[in-house]
Design a protein around this ligand. Structure first.
Ligand code: ARG
Length: 594
């Protein structure tokens, strides 16, 4: 039989199947298969018997023995490569045999094989992922790092696990700020040029001027409102200006996306839905979800205390503003419907800042009720939110003038610092390669990995020192480890993956520990996917690099004995491929040398 891609998951399924033939367990039995707490006793353990025995008032050890006997009668356990025994009050330990480890390593050779193994998780499900979705007319700043980096990693993970993905960049291109901006442009007679790298900065300055103007003079504020109203009614001149503003923004965003290797499938911003909100108002009103309140259209959720009309906070979901215009809420409702009808979305993933949790909670509840009332099938809706990036002092990262730091300056600084580091570490590398290939790659990777490395719902402190260090759980460390594994092959005059014929099963403690770590990839992937938290993958890669280092310290690879050399080369090849594929999943392109 072929090896299981994810032994823990398959073992769980197998135990559930067999448990139906054990009267005290039955079909509801949850085996609770977990990685073993102490690897000396096995790779996995089944803890579920204890709880089941308690309910059935049976001796847990006897019940565990009965279950194990049933598992062994089928003979499947052995065929699947497990040795097992009952331990303590009634746990069952499972250990993969060296032969089973060898088989897994033989069968799961590269990203394609892993992808095939992982594809069962999402099995062709249509998923729309909404990121990085910035607001137009403003330069990207430090706050835009996380939606780009987390969004891209989550997208790659989902795709790897078999999802049919649509990356939808839901830009904020239809706000009230356009009135002020158009006014300011007209007052100055400013000519917009999307190809100018300055253009977005100029727009930002114009907006500041316009904003000051309208604050100081009520007549100017009225003028700005009039420009906005004209735009909303489709006035030709204002529409043309608005299109230019969006084009300038998108061109500037694209320059940032390129540096992060980010590609969207569609960019359907808020403006795309401006003629689709009427249906939302109508349907929500017809099914009794929305009601008029002071001229606005709002949705209360009296079943959720926080969003009920009795709550002190008075936080209804406002879907149409007093002045009759649409807003973030109505647009997002229309967007869900569009994604279901036109993209066949079965799942929608939104990647934004944690401060939008209220919005998404209300959006999801409203959509659930609306879809139910109109007999539509609701897709799974998930908000992948993240915490804030803090400066080294624990406060928000700001420039001297108090503005948030521009994302491009962060990239430039990371690249400059990476250049210094690499030049110090490896001055023999050609200057040009250091400057144009290695430094930008490490710089962006460092920004990325620090962000992904901690649990996304936590705030984290930005530290150049830490993120660019070649030691510890960092991008430079992992990139360097990947280069080192490759060098084993280069030194032997082989390509990665060559020289494994006739490999024997892993034998030494270092080999076995590394082999087990390699197998752990599937579980790490599943963990990262379960809650869409890429840091599970970071932790795994860091552990894998550690297991490789221990293995390499104690096991000479290029020994004379062919079967030993072959099995060690196989372990090196798999480590190399997994480190590199894992980094790519995070959005980091490995280097040939550094
Ligand atoms: N443009 C929004 C912002 O910058 C994020 C949009 C997220 N997507 C959505 N469908 N609401 O905060």
């Amino acid at each position: 039989m072929s090896a299981w891609f994810n032994p823990a998951r398959e073992l769980d399924a197998l135990i559930r199947r067999v448990a139906t033939s054990v009267p005290a367990l039955g079909a509801d039995f949850d085996p609770q298969v977990r990685p073993a707490t102490d690897t000396r006793h096995g790779d996995f353990q089944c803890n579920g018997v204890l709880a089941a025995a308690k309910i059935a008032k049976l001796n847990p050890r006897a019940l565990a023995t009965e279950l194990l006997a049933a598992l062994e009668t089928e003979g499947t356990l052995k065929k699947a490569g497990f040795e097992s025994d009952v331990a303590g009050p009634g746990f069952i330990n499972f250990r993969l045999t060296p032969a089973a480890l060898a088989e897994w390593i033989h069968e799961y050779r590269d990203a394609d094989a892993w992808r095939r193994g992982a594809s069962a998780l999402y099995a062709g499900r249509n998923v729309v992922i909404d990121y990085p979705s910035p607001n137009t007319a403003k330069q990207m700043h430090v706050g835009h790092l996380r939606p780009i980096v987390i969004g891209e990693a989550v997208a790659r993970l989902l795709e790897f696990c078999g999802a049919k993905l649509t990356r939808d960049n839901h830009i904020g291109d239809w706000g009230t700020n356009f009135g002020i901006l158009i006014l300011a442009i007209k007052r100055k007679g400013f000519i917009l040029d999307a190809s100018s790298p300055q253009a977005l900065e100029d727009l930002e300055a114009l907006y500041k001027e316009g904003s000051a103007l309208t604050k100081a003079d009520p007549a100017e504020l009225d003028a700005a409102r009039a420009e906005l109203a004209k735009l909303q009614l489709g006035d030709t001149a204002n529409t043309a200006l608005w299109q230019q503003i969006v084009a300038v923004s998108n061109a500037a965003f694209q320059r940032i996306y390129d540096q992060f290797g980010l590609k969207s499938d569609v960019t359907l911003g808020e403006s795309f839905y401006r003629d689709k909100v009427d249906q939302v108002y109508r349907e929500l009103t017809e099914c009794g979800l929305a009601e008029e309140s002071d001229g606005a259209l709002v949705v209360w959720h009296d079943d959720i205390p926080r969003f009920s009309r009795d709550a002190e906070t008075k936080l209804p979901f406002i879907v149409r503003k007093k002045d009759g215009s649409s807003n973030y809420a109505s647009t997002d409702l229309a967007t869900i419907l569009y994604r279901v009808e036109h993209m066949k979305a079965e799942e929608i993933v939104y990647v934004t800042d944690g401060r939008q949790q209220d919005h998404f909670q209300q959006l999801f509840i409203t959509a659930t009720k609306w879809f139910k009332a109109t007999n539509r099938k609701l897709p799974r809706l998930r908000h992948v939110w993240f915490g804030t990036i803090l400066g080294e002092d624990g406060k928000a990262i700001k420039t001297k003038s108090g503005d948030p730091v521009r994302l491009q300056s962060l990239i430039d600084e990371a690249t400059a610092k990476a250049y210094e580091k690499v030049s110090e570490k490896n001055p023999e590398l050609p200057e040009d390669e250091r400057r144009t290939v290695i430094a930008p790659r490490i710089g962006v990777a460092a920004l990325r990995y620090t962000d992904l490395g901690s649990n996304r719902t936590m705030d984290y402190r930005f530290s150049w020192e830490k993120m660019l260090s070649f030691e510890g759980n960092t991008a430079p460390y992992l990139l360097y480890q990947a280069v080192r594994v490759r060098s084993v092959f280069r030194n032997a005059g082989l390509k990665v993956g060559q020289g494994e014929e006739g490999a024997s099963a892993p034998e030494t403690p270092g080999e076995i520990a590394l082999a087990r770590k390699l197998l752990g990839f599937s579980a790490a992937l599943e963990e990262a996917c379960a809650d869409l938290r890429p840091h599970a993958l970071c932790t795994y890669l860091y552990d894998l690099a550690g297991a490789y280092s221990s293995f390499y310290a104690d096991n000479k690879v290029l020994v004379d004995e062919p079967a030993v050399k072959a099995r060690r080369l196989a372990l090196c090849a798999r480590t190399s491929a997994l480190l590199e594929s894992g980094l790519r999943l995070l959005g980091i392109e490995p280097l040939e040398r550094m």
